[in-house]
Design a binder for this molecule. Structure first.
Ligand code: FNR
Length: 346
């Protein structure tokens, strides 16, 4: 899909959703939800030539899990506000498109219902105020078949949830996000906010679940290195979709520094503002193994359910294949080795 098509998708979602839900999804720390897409648009390519016949290959693996393309679904809270079946539909789309879904802590759907759609999934966790519940929830996700844990370490600038009236999910956001806790656990936790993670939490989560831990929300090479040295199997360069500290650099501006700091010791992926196949090519060329897509998938879910999300993902994968050929390389790894992309100044 082109960015113009994604904008049409967003406008269809706007027409269908209550205004406060649409605004919650669009919200940022400063500027438009599309500001980071503009930064990806500003990446310049140095297309290669004279490389003979090319057969573009977009299939890859993420932490050993095979995917048909490197475009993954970002964990996003409360998808039942976009579609009554929320993450069930999102997981169906991931299965249809041959990719992976991130499942937010704040899901209103039991893990088992998401898992049975057949797509590989990573459980995204915040650290709940009651530590024992974080470990219990992560363990439960592992038992339900999660392939990795995404530990979100970014503090968003927004306090968005209180503005979201629970008209579309009668239990209300605070309850819904605890769908995978027992009633006793819910009572123990109440509505207290999350804790801020430290390095020890990485190994703890890995040991509790037996799963690889990916740290989401890194914008600096030094932090990425510390995360990997503390046991992270991967990092996601992310501004949480421009929802962090106002005035922060964009994900694309941080990617090169993080890739360099991590080297071959962990997998680096990126999100925030990825809107088309050319953006994916830029991310791969700058050293990412995969990207996550957030809001466009939410809008597609609201507008057309699982079919719409699968069309979005398949469309982006097709664009990536074409962009690889136009760039004169067959794979993301070749794009990176050929130093195909250059980030313009910031
Ligand atoms: C998010 N994001 C997010 N991240 C996370 O780790 N846990 C979460 O529960 C949520 N929830 C959430 C809700 C909504 C409505 C949005 C828009 C985003 C951040 C998300 O995983 C991802 O980092 C961004 O959405 C990527 O940016 P784009 O693609 O939306 O520009």
């Amino acid at each position: 899909m082109t960015r113009a098509e994604i904008e049409r998708l967003r406008e269809r979602a706007r027409a269908l959703l209550p205004a406060h839900v649409f605004d919650y999804v669009a919200a940022t720390a400063d500027g438009s939800s599309e500001a980071e897409a503009d930064r990806w648009d500003a990446v310049r390519f140095r297309p290669a030539a004279l490389r003979g016949e090319l057969d573009a290959q977009v299939a890859t693996t993420v932490l050993g899990t095979p995917v048909d393309h490197p475009i993954l679904l970002a964990p996003m809270a409360q998808q039942v506000a976009a579609h009554p079946d929320g993450e069930i539909e999102m997981a169906r789309a991931a299965a249809a498109s041959g990719t992976l879904i991130g499942v937010s802590t704040n899901t209103a759907i039991p893990f088992a219902r998401i898992a049975e759609q057949g797509a590989p999934w990573w459980f995204q966790t915040y650290l709940l105020a009651e530590p024992a519940l974080t470990w219990a929830l992560a363990e439960r996700a592992a038992e339900a078949g999660a392939a990795a844990i995404l530990l979100t370490v970014e503090l968003t600038a927004l306090r968005v949830e209180p503005h979201v009236e629970p008209v579309n999910w009668p239990e209300g956001p605070a309850r819904a996000r605890l769908a995978n806790l027992t009633a006793d656990e819910r009572a123990l936790l109440g509505d207290r906010p999350a804790r801020n993670p430290g390095l020890d939490d990485i190994a703890r989560l890995r040991d509790v679940t037996g799963l690889p831990v990916v740290v989401k929300g890194v914008l600096r090479g030094d932090d990425a290195r510390r995360a990997v040295d503390a046991g992270a199997a991967g990092v996601v360069v992310s501004t949480h979709g421009h929802r962090r500290l106002a005035g922060s650099i964009s994900a694309v501006d941080a990617l090169g520094e993080v890739v360099e700091a991590v080297g071959a010791d962990a997998e680096v992926s990126v999100d925030s503002g990825i809107r088309d196949g050319r953006h994916v090519l830029a991310a791969l060329a700058l050293g990412a193994r995969a990207v996550f897509v957030g809001r466009p998938a939410w809008w597609a879910l609201a507008a057309d359910g699982a079919d719409g999300v699968a069309r979005l993902l398949d469309g982006m994968a097709d664009e990536l294949r074409l962009a690889l050929l136009q760039a004169g390389v067959a794979t993301g790894a070749e794009a990176s080795a050929a130093r195909l992309a250059r980030v313009t100044g910031w």
